[in-house]
Design a protein. Structure first.
Length: 122
């Protein structure tokens, strides 16, 4: 409870001291001896919309760390980095109700072959 009525209460998790600069990506050391395989599943990677751009930015930034190996499973994509491996996932576009289901099924089959440690679906 705030006893000083002049200043608003700021939770410890968002105080300025908790926003101190973190170690740079190059200084980060992963506890894993081998790279962690991360699958990013998204129909259109980096092409349209806020979610697609968010997935692109997140993946590109984390891929700079040597402790991660990224695999993007998409039907369409905008390639920006050599650090990410892309896998074409087919879509059955007609009838329309099969679009999402077919993408999910084909993506699952490809991910099983590669064997990823973590799957991020957006």
């Amino acid at each position: 409870m705030n006893t000083n009525s002049d200043r608003p209460f700021v939770p410890p998790s968002i105080r300025s001291d908790s926003l101190a600069p973190r170690k740079r990506d190059a200084e980060f050391q992963s506890p894993c001896p081998t790279p962690v395989k991360i699958a990013v599943v998204i129909p259109k990677y980096g092409l349209v919309g806020g979610g697609e751009i968010f997935a692109l930015e997140l993946t590109e930034r984390i891929a700079r760390l040597s402790s991660y190996e990224f695999h993007v499973f998409a039907n369409q994509w905008k390639k920006q980095s050599e650090l990410i491996q892309f896998h074409k996932v087919p879509i059955v576009s007609f009838p329309k109700y099969l679009t999402t289901v077919s993408f999910a099924w084909f993506a699952q089959q490809k991910i099983k072959k590669i064997g990823c440690d973590l799957i991020h679906s957006h």
